[in-house]
Design a protein around this ligand. Structure first.
Ligand code: ADE
Length: 226
């Protein structure tokens, strides 16, 4: 999968040079290009912001450099995403859906956002990562890319995807590693039993209890009722 990220702050994406995302790029299963919107401005002072029509606080990103930056990478198979607090809230299902795309283009907004016509021209999907406002679209783009990358074939093993929070509508069960007793606290006996059926049963129960307690909104009972 190819992802082009358009930003005024390319250095914000240094975290992609680490760990799983970096390995996926080296393996060739993911290609992430970071593109500086400022390289596309025709303004002689390299300005990339402008005042909003109708007045109001703050500035918008200038239309021309964003438009030219998207045009430089766009084709008919591209899906354009605009992280914004006024979009639909991103979740596990959306991450899986984006992972099926051939090519994603992220426009990272700054200042008060972008001109509505850019959203219309490129049929951009506005996506929020939660009900709070960040100073720019770089962190949300990184969150979305990190999360969708896990579903791109070849990035993770199938097992790690099946056993995690949300994959079965539940939060993940608690996990333990060595030593068996740490600070006086023991690992639950069943996990040492070697009885795989009992372990699976215990994990399911723990996942259900945790989901009910922490995220009652997610919990569906045995018959699918709330
Ligand atoms: N830009 C600023 N805040 C945001 C949010 N909560 N989600 C996505 N993009 C944003």
């Amino acid at each position: 999968m190819r992802i082009d990220v358009l930003t005024l702050f390319p250095d914000s994406f240094k975290p992609f040079e680490e760990s799983i995302i970096s390995r996926a790029q080296k393996k060739g299963v993911l290609q992430i290009n970071i593109i500086n919107i400022r390289d596309f401005t025709k303004d002689k002072h390299k300005k990339c912001d402008d005042t909003p029509f109708g007045g109001g606080a703050g500035m918008l990103m200038s239309v021309q450099p964003v438009y030219d930056a998207v045009k430089s990478v766009w084709d008919k198979n591209s899906k354009v995403i605009f992280p914004s607090p006024s979009g639909k809230v991103f979740n596990h299902e959306k991450a899986k859906e984006y992972a099926q795309q051939e090519h994603l283009i992220f426009i990272c907004g700054h200042y008060e956002g972008i001109d509505q016509r850019l959203i219309e021209i490129f049929d951009a999907e506005e996506v929020s990562i939660g009900d709070y406002v960040l100073t720019g679209g770089e962190l949300p783009a990184m969150v979305i890319i990190d999360s969708l990358s896990r579903f791109v074939d070849g990035v993770l093993s199938k097992e790690s995807l099946n056993e995690e929070s949300f994959s079965n509508g539940l939060l993940e069960y608690p996990q333990y590693t060595r030593p068996q007793i740490f600070e006086g606290l023991k690992v639950p006996e069943v996990l040492l039993s070697g009885n795989h059926a009992e372990i699976a049963k215990w994990r399911k129960e723990m996942a259900e209890q945790k989901t009910k307690r922490v995220r009652p909104d997610l919990f569906k009972g045995e018959k699918g009722e709330d």
